[in-house]
Each structure stands twice: as structure tokens, then as C-alpha cells.
Design a protein around this ligand. Sequence first.
Ligand SMILES: Cc1ncc(COP(=O)(O)O)c(C=O)c1O
Length: 478
Amino acid sequence: MEEDLLHQAYDPETFRKEGQQLINQLSEYLKETLSGYGPVLNYSDPKEQLELWKKDVSESGSGVDTANILKHITRVHHPRYMGHQVAPPLPVASLMALLGGFLNNGMAVYEMGMAPTAMEHLITGWLCRKVGYSSSARGILTSGGTLANLTALLSARRNGVAEDIWNRGYSGGLAILVSEAAHYCVDRAARIMGLGEAGVLKVPVLENFSMDTSKLPGIYEAARQKGLTPFAIVGSAPCTATGSYDHLEALADFAEENDLWFHVDGAHGGPAVLSEKYKFLVQGIQRADSVVIDGHKMMGMPVITTALLFSDGATSYNTFSQEAEYLLADTVEEDWSNGAKRTFECTKLTSSLTWYAVLKQYGEPIFEAFLNRQYDLARSFSDLIRERPNWELACEPQSNILCFRWAPLGIPSGGLDEINENIRKKALEEGRFYIVQTRLKGTLYLRTSLMNPFTGTAHLSELLTYLETLGQVFLGNE
Ligand SMILES: Cc1ncc(COP(=O)(O)O)c(C=O)c1O
């Protein structure tokens, strides 16, 4: 009986039939969704979803109802999807994720992922060159910007602090400098490393939400006087909420003057290094000791794959090792092919397959074309917002992220927060568009990340009209 069940579960013909059905279903989904047909999501609350799937899973053996799954997800391929920063993955990359999941090579040691390991080496090498690093740079792929930022900060401490914390433990007194607008995972990484609240020196931001670098010397000196030793500075390229880039050249200067490790969190907008038009935004990135770039945000990869790059490859080998290796000596053969030595993960995704497929199929230009289009679109959207009465921008967009709010005259500021919150809630429930919200300096803003290459200005005009209609309803005018 058990034998039968296992044979049935691995039956190649069943796999062929179900696989073909799934691909057919997804092709139809793609056609329909890209055309903008139907809602972006059919929102239902967590309790409802739980009940639905509790019932479904209790009907064991009745087959997987993929059609029903497709009804209860958020359609990132939809041109009216403008919410969180995940890419509508390039279909060829999604196929590679399926291939990786099927083969299940665990990557912890070379022979458990020979082709993907070689691809990872080539892809991270290519990205290092695009960042502007020299031939001593090396990179790895890991699962997400959060983990990559933590890994980079661990490397920063391992390589930049004389105390042997990796072997002996931490006795306190270290700190990092980071913008108050940086993604929360940097703060979280520092706390995981034991730095505590006092060890995260938050630098205020300018009106455009990029780090106010004029504040750096004062914050640094005050920390030193309190007995803290800053060892790293983190630049956001860009920060998450408003998509504003820090002035990386100024951060690099400050890092150099004070002997700090300079890390750039380019999870979202690091791929600007591939754009002739927008690479001015990341000027100075080549001076960073480490850089993070997510594949699943602005590079069209499925969740989840992140490149962590080191300007000096030797530092990446030190992060998790008992003995510090100071050089990649010419005489010692570099152990690039056993990736687990340099990543937090033991078993990890073969996500290099997705990067490989996109590069092989479409070449480098696809990344530049996508980034340019989306960044241009955000600038057109800000024009549309400025042209309309009663709309306010939080700041001019630097990337493809834009924060704005409806601000009809005569309503006190707290009231505007409530109206915009209600607008966003109603929009979520109706599912015609998917946008999110954020709080900036205490004020609530609506927020869009223009992630979809099929979103156009017509969709954005329609969005503003739609949101305004919802707002009028809350004001009791309709
Ligand atoms: C600037 C920045 N850094 C880090 C992260 C976290 O990356 P991940 O979601 O890949 O863990 C994000 C996510 O939005 C981000 O915007």
C-alpha cells in the first residue's frame, strides 16, 4: 500500500499531465493578467482564507485546486499592481525556479549544484564588474536583502574590528551609522548582532528623505564620546519608503576618513549600475566594501534571490570562518565553489539558474530597459500628481517609488491621514488597483512602487481619478 502510494506520487506520466495542465493554466493567467483584465486581487480577510484552506486541505487526495489558488493571490503581473517591491517575474526565470525546485540540488557543497554554482560565480562576477569593482571582488547569492544585509554587517565586523568577536563573543561598545529612513532590516541585523538600540546611530534625513550627511561628523563624535566605536556606515540605494538614494560619494568619503566599512543596501535600486541614464544615482557605489542587490525586485527574478558583493573577495571568506583569511593568495587555490562557506545558509536555492536564463535569453539590455522605463514612469506620474489640484507629493521620485496623498482644502492634517487611510483600505477591498501606504515624519501617505512594465500613464491617471472618487465618498460628497 505504502509502496503504491510512493510510486503513484512519483509517476512520470502523472507529472507530465499535471505539469502541462499547470503551464497551460499559467499561460492563460499571464495573457489575461497582462492585458489588465479583472481585479488585481480579490481581497478576503485572514480568517476567511484560513477557513477556506482548512476545508480544502481536509479533502485529502482530491487533487490540487490551482484554479482556486489563482483566485486568492495578488496578481503582480497586472498593470494595476503598484504595491510592494516585487517584480512580475520574467516567465523564463519562473520556469528556471520550477526547474530548481524540481532538481532540488541543495548547493551546500559544490557537487550538490555544480552548474548553478558555476553560474553563481559568473553572475556575481558580472555584477561586480558592473558595480565598478576590480578583479579582486567576489560575490555570492543568498536568500533576500534582509539576510544579505546581515551577512554584510557580519563581514564588516569580522574584517573591521580588531576584537575577535566571532570566536570570543561580544562585549559591547560597537555601532553602525545608517539613515533613519533605511529599511528596517538593517536595524534588525544590528540588533541580532547584539549592538542593541544604542548601537544603531540613526542619521536624520533631508526633505527628500536622503541621508543628511552634514549630520554625520556630529553623530560620530558624540558616539565616540559616549564610548561607542562605530565600525560601519550603511547607505541606502534607495531607501524603501520613498525610494530616495543616499549620497553615496559623501558616505564613501566619510567612511574613508574614519576607517569605517562602507556598505550599500542597493536591494531595490542597485541595478541602476546597469543604466547609462540613471547610474548617476549610485555614483560612488564602487567605493563600497559591500553591496546588496535583490534580483526579485528590479531585475525580474522570482522570489527570492539576492547578490551580495564584496570589493575585496577575501573579506567574504572571513565572515563565517574561525580563522581570518587576509588575502586570496595567488598560491592558494580559491575555494569559490563551496558557497556554504560564505553564505549564512547551508542548503540554499539554485537561484543562479534564474539569472543565467535571463542573461542568456535576453542579455544585459533587458535590465537597463526595465529600470529606465519604470524610473521614467515615476517621473511622469509625479507630473500627473502635480497637475491635479488637491494632491500632494511627499517628495520628487528618484526611483520608481512614489508617495503622495489626497489633500482637499479645509481638512485638518489628522483628518487627511484618516481619509487617505480609508481610501487605501477601500481600494484594497475593491482590488481594482493594488497600492500601499506608509507614514513619513508622522504623516500618512499613499505609496506606489511601479514594478510592472505594462503599467502606463493612462493607468496612473485612472488611479488618481479612482482614489479621488473614493475620497469624495468619505467626505460625504457622493
Ligand atoms: C532598501 C531595502 N533593503 C532591504 C530590503 C529587504 O529585502 P528582502 O525583502 O529581499 O529581504 C528591502 C525590501 O523591501 C528594501 O527595500
